[in-house]
Design a protein. Structure first.
Ligand code: PEP
Length: 246
């Protein structure tokens, strides 16, 4: 049976003293039933690695370069992230697709770069409100996932997928458990057809998960935990969400 996973996506938030307090609280909140990780800004990875060393809380990045090395100013390679003990790398977050114009193909290349250095890519997919209203949700998420499946080929079963409807991210408007489950079932069927091993793969839900709604979302059969934005910055809320995993 697959284990549950809750990942905090800190986005571009935090400071060294505030992070130290937040991480201390998360560590003190153990034990958790499922796996817990935090994806922090690149510059905080060193501190995070030191503070979480020896705990079972894992950490990762919010992006990774598709390139191994070279003249790519501002980018950070998977090998560099591995040096800092990262377990996960988020790729294809909707904010990167929207503000940095990341294509499905680039997201797939980033996922492959992460896997190549032993990091597990957390591949985000999700539709905009206009796409949902147009009845395109299934086609959009399948297209986004298909690019990654194609690129990873026989390693596709090693990724984590996060379904994050764009209209639910940071808006306070969460997908209902039934809405989320319906898309997760579609994604699992697609993964099963591609890998033959989707019963072991984790599909997270993200989009305005909070301390009050996490348990009902995580109770759905194809929701294996969450990717948490805003609520991951408040220790008490994040701990409650981590404990909502059964
Ligand atoms: C996210 O950014 O991945 C996210 C899910 O954000 P929020 O929980 O704030 O909606």
């Amino acid at each position: 049976m697959r284990s549950k996973l809750v990942v905090g996506n800190w986005k571009m938030h935090g400071s060294r003293p505030a992070n130290a307090d937040l991480l201390s609280a998360i560590v003190a909140g153990r034990p958790y039933t499922g796996e817990v990780a935090v994806c922090v800004p690149f510059v905080f990875l060193g501190d995070t690695a030191v503070q979480l060393a020896g705990s079972d809380i894992r950490w990762g990045s919010q992006d990774v370069s598709a390139h191994a090395q070279g003249a790519y100013t501002g980018e950070v390679s998977a090998a560099m992230l591995a040096e800092f003990g990262c377990r996960y790398a988020i790729v294809g977050h909707s904010e990167r697709r929207q503000y940095h114009h990341e294509s499905d193909e680039l997201v797939a290349a980033k996922a492959q770069a992460a896997l190549g250095k032993g990091l597990t890519p957390i591949v985000c997919v999700g539709e905009t409100l206009a796409q949902r209203d147009a009845g395109e949700t299934e086609a959009v998420v399948k297209r986004q996932l298909s690019a990654v499946i194609h690129q990873l080929a026989h390693c596709a079963a090693e990724m984590v997928v996060a379904y994050e409807p764009v209209w639910a991210i940071g808006t306070g408007r969460t997908a209902t458990p039934d809405q989320a489950q319906a898309v997760h079932a579609v994604l699992r069927a697609q993964l099963q057809a591609a890998t033959g091993n989707a019963t072991q793969m984790r599909i997270l839900y993200g989009g305005s998960v909070n301390a009050g709604n996490a348990a009902t979302l995580f109770a759905m059969p194809d929701i294996d935990g969450g990717l948490i934005g805003g609520a991951a910055l408040k220790a008490a809320d994040f701990i409650t969400i981590c404990r909502a995993v059964t």
